[in-house]
Design a protein around this ligand. Structure first.
Ligand code: UDP
Length: 480
């Protein structure tokens, strides 16, 4: 077969959260750049974040499109337009959001019937997608949005349940049978790993669907975690392809400026500010798209940053109050911002653009996997402050295994509002991150990883080859 008829058509169906949609769109562009036709399934309120980027890609000749799926927000009792995990702030909303997610099965089936793709890449949050794909005789690939290490750690934790053998939330336990000695505490685990709930049922189904699906796509690269890439495949028996870091796709485009929502700061203003700073002098502080902190914690972060004396860009999700003084923003820090020594971005930052600027010397991160990949690609050391999801695993990976990070000291997994950390701990972590021998050592290791990341992604590299191998296999599968 040749031409149009031989073109693979891949459907990408991400979880409706920025941390899942951003890499899914990267992946769709990446597959399209290798000659596939790709379709991203999004809901209307989420599609608007990516419409311009997709249009630019189409203008560059990629065969890529978005198709819409109605999100049943109102039907489950959520406000209209609440279609993104980012807007979910309470337990009750989270349950409704999950309910809405499960209601997407029929509409997805309908879309597949209409478009007849040759493969479905569906998020781990949709365990039922394997069954939908099977109905149409097409393979379903799973996308978790995390790394091999976290996948292995989580499977071993569920299998051996070491957390059930400790007597308190703070007693460390070893995750058995991993290539390295990894210790965690119960308080660092998500509640759904410890007790039965709707989410723990979903997590079990998700793990099962990983085994029954065609395989797993991982946004990582072999050289970053060879022991865990091997362990996942050879010991845990999963079929997987590593194709990352996907954030390296399209480096020259406006896409660097806008990934997901429109930035709430003018990108040129941000770059101009950074241009006026010395190399490696600025610390960038951002906690991803979901994590929140209360005012007391924001104040401690502000005071810690101020005490460190470092210049900073700090992304705060809280909107500016119309009237009155903001209690969490101490005068000292406000003064430094006025003097141009700091930049406060309220809302959405052009993160990749900032991380890649040479003035940025360190990244205080909540350890979301996309942020870590972006930090690695920018060659930056990190101060780790995990909040939720698998972020405590990622912290271990960055600090203990990669040796490019220092822990800020968050000890408790939190669903919506991050664990409390003292001002002194923040100050100490920022100082360790930005100055002295330890910082230099971490920075130099991070720079080596940056080189390895690029090499893996470029033609002939391990991720490039694995993506080729996957596409080839999908072609063969279709014709067999
Ligand atoms: N991001 C961004 N600007 C922001 C906050 C987040 O561009 O102000 C991007 C970030 O670059 C990353 C994604 O949003 O690509 C967040 O994903 P991650 O896995 O780091 O964290 P999550 O939001 O899923 O917790």
């Amino acid at each position: 077969m040749s031409g149009e008829t031989s073109q693979l058509h891949i459907f990408f169906f991400p979880f409706m959260a920025h941390g899942h949609m951003i890499p899914a769109v990267d992946m769709a562009e990446l597959f399209a750049s290798r000659g596939c036709k790709t379709t991203i399934v999004l809901t209307p309120a989420n599609a608007k974040f990516f419409a311009e980027a997709i249009e630019r890609s189409r203008n560059l000749g990629l065969n890529i499109e978005i198709v819409l799926l109605k999100f049943p927000a109102v039907e489950v009792g959520l406000p209209e337009g609440c279609e993104n995990a980012h807007s979910v702030t309470t337990e009750e909303m989270a349950m409704k959001f999950l309910m809405a997610i499960t209601m997407l099965e029929q509409p997805l089936e309908q879309l597949i019937m209409e478009h007849r793709p040759s493969c479905l890449v569906a998020d781990i949050f949709y365990p039922w997608a394997t069954g939908v794909a099977a109905k149409f005789g097409i393979p379903r690939l799973v996308f978790h949005g995390t790394n091999f290490f976290a996948l292995c750690a989580s499977i071993c934790l569920n299998k051996y349940e070491p957390h059930k053998k400790v007597s308190s939330e703070s007693e460390p336990f070893l995750i058995p049978n991993l290539p390295d000695e990894i210790k965690l505490t119960r308080s660092q685990l998500p509640f759904y790993a410890k007790e039965d709930s709707q989410l723990s049922t979903l997590a079990k189904k998700a793990e099962e669907s990983e085994l029954t699906s065609y395989g797993v796509i991982v946004n990582s690269f072999y050289e970053l975690e060879p022991a865990y890439a091997d362990y996942y495949r050879k010991v845990l028996g999963r079929k997987a392809w590593h194709i990352g870091p996907t954030c390296l796709y399209n480096e020259d485009k406006e896409d660097r400026e806008q990934r997901g929502p429109k930035s709430t700061i003018d990108e040129h203003e941000c770059v101009n500010w950074l241009n006026s700073k010395k190399h490696n002098s600025v610390v960038y502080v951002c906690f991803g798209s979901n994590a929140n902190f209360n005012d007391a914690q924001l104040e401690k972060i502000a005071m810690g940053l101020e005490a460190s004396g470092k210049e900073f860009i700090w992304v705060v999700r809280k909107e500016k109050q119309e009237e009155g003084k903001e209690e969490w923003l101490p005068e000292g820090l406000e003064k430094r911002i006025m003097e141009g020594k700091g930049l406060l971005i309220r809302g959405w930052a052009p993160q990749v653009l900032i991380l890649e600027h040479e003035a940025v010397g360190g990244f205080v991160t909540h350890c979301g996997w996309n942020s870590i990949m972006e930090g690695v690609c920018a060659g930056l050391p990190m101060a780790t402050w995990p909040v939720a999801a698998e972020q405590f695993y990622n912290e271990k990976f960055v600090t203990q295994l990669l040796g490019i990070g220092v822990c800020v000291g968050a000890g408790k997994w939190a669903r919506f509002v991050g664990d409390s950390v003292k001002k002194e701990a923040i100050e100490k972590a920022v100082t360790r991150l930005m100055e002295g021998e330890e910082a230099e050592e971490m920075r130099s290791r991070a720079r080596e990883l940056k080189v390895l990341a690029r090499r893996a992604f470029e033609e002939g590299g391990s991720s490039f080859s694995d993506l080729n191998a996957l596409i080839e296999e999908l072609r063969l599968h279709r014709t067999s």
